[in-house]
Design a protein around this ligand. Structure first.
Ligand code: CP3
Length: 341
């Protein structure tokens, strides 16, 4: 591979410089993405390998990121499990028939990832061919708690009242759902690795909404089960949680090789809390990219220094915002690429 900085950083091997990419790097802040979306709805884009490959490659070609993440969505396997998913322009994801009963949990299937989501594996295979070893390819999935939240709420949520109601009043049903999602995600991620994903990221984006105790009961065991069941020698694994500061030490026991952390924790404090054995990814506030290239460069360099040039992958603390100017995103990427002392 020509540029394997991300894989070496994930494994704790020496790197010439800190690698950089951005969560949600393929998306609406790029005019080239919006041009394709102008005549293709979101789910069709996810299911049309030729177009999904094109938008996955856009951030590599346009701003020069050190890794490509396949274009898809965490809700794709939810649809494959048998629950209807819509993505609406205004409101984001909508699941019109939310899971509320044991019966609905039992009716969900654990899909064969090739049969039901073969288009994802086609995207991965084609991306590997197109990249031809230029930079690593990242595959991903949503984690059980975060997916269950969408499946039970029926979409995004402010206070997670429905999912938490089930969690507290019907823990057995809730665990049955989390178990089923875990089984589906293990098959799905291993199929991605088999197809050629070189790094895997598990998005437990909303686990930060849980107390430490509930995180240990309802999210961590399923993250652990997933990381114990995927092939780390073929693909190092990253775990992202937005708002993980309350239980970072617990997150460090998930089995992930890399912890992707949000901006509310200081990177040096995070390192002190997890010890030297894991790689950290992050953690610039995505809103910093709304400032100026000069400010972005300075703050990115501060983070690179805080990361110490070892076991650190520069990234945002959550996804890039759609209103981010492209030249600001580029300044962030360039900051990692220009040598510092
Ligand atoms: O990172 C990448 O560039 C790869 C693509 C990617 C998307 N979604 C594309 C997308 C990835 C890795 C995701 C993951 C995802 N999807 C997460 C976890 C990451 C996170 O942000 O916490 C979550 C929670 C979702 C669910 C989801 N999908 C939401 C909440 C939304 C609507 C909000 C929004 O940003 O529009 C989506 C739609 C979505 N997924 C878009 C993109 C580019 C926008 C769709 C459009 O083009 O209109």
């Amino acid at each position: 591979m020509k540029n394997d900085l991300l894989i070496r950083a994930a494994r704790g091997e020496p790197v010439e410089r800190t690698p950089v990419w951005m969560m949600r790097q393929a998306g609406r802040y790029l005019p080239e993405y919006r041009a394709i979306r102008a005549d293709t709805d979101f789910l069709t884009l996810c299911k049309t390998p030729e177009l999904a490959v094109e938008v996955s490659l856009q951030p590599y070609r346009i701003i020069g990121v050190d890794a490509v993440i396949m274009f898809s969505d965490i809700l794709i396997p939810v649809e494959a499990m048998g629950q209807e998913v819509r993505l609406t322009e205004q409101k984001g994801p909508e699941l019109p028939d939310p899971i509320r009963t044991r019966d609905q949990v039992d009716r969900l299937i654990v899909p064969d990832p090739i049969e039901k989501t073969g288009f994802v594996m086609d995207i991965i295979r084609t991306l590997r061919q197109e990249l031809n070893g230029a930079v690593p390819l990242i595959g991903f999935a949503g984690a059980p708690w975060t997916l269950a939240a969408y499946m039970i709420e029926g979409g995004g949520s402010r206070n997670y009242a429905n999912v938490k109601r089930m969690m507290f009043t019907e823990p057995t049903t809730f665990h049955a759902l989390l178990d089923k999602i875990s089984d589906a995600i293990i098959l799905y991620l291993n199929a991605q690795i088999e197809a050629g994903a070189q790094v895997i990221q598990l998005f437990d984006s909303w686990a930060g909404e849980l107390s430490r105790e509930d995180y240990e009961q309802f999210a961590l065991p399923y993250e652990q089960k997933i990381f114990a069941s995927i092939n780390h020698s073929a693909a190092p694994a990253i775990l992202f949680i937005n708002g993980c500061g309350n239980f970072l030490e617990k997150m460090a026991t998930s089995g992930a090789d890399v912890l992707s952390i949000d901006w509310r924790i200081d990177l040096r404090d995070a390192r002190a809390r997890v010890g030297p054995q894991l790689t950290l990814q992050g953690n610039l506030d995505p809103c910093v990219l709304l400032s100026t290239p000069e400010i972005i460069t300075e703050k990115a360099r501060e983070l690179i220094r805080a990361g110490g040039g070892h076991r650190h992958i520069l990234n945002l603390g959550h996804g890039i915002l759609p209103m981010t100017p492209v030249e600001n995103a580029r300044a962030f990427i360039e900051a990692a690429k220009t040598v510092l002392e």
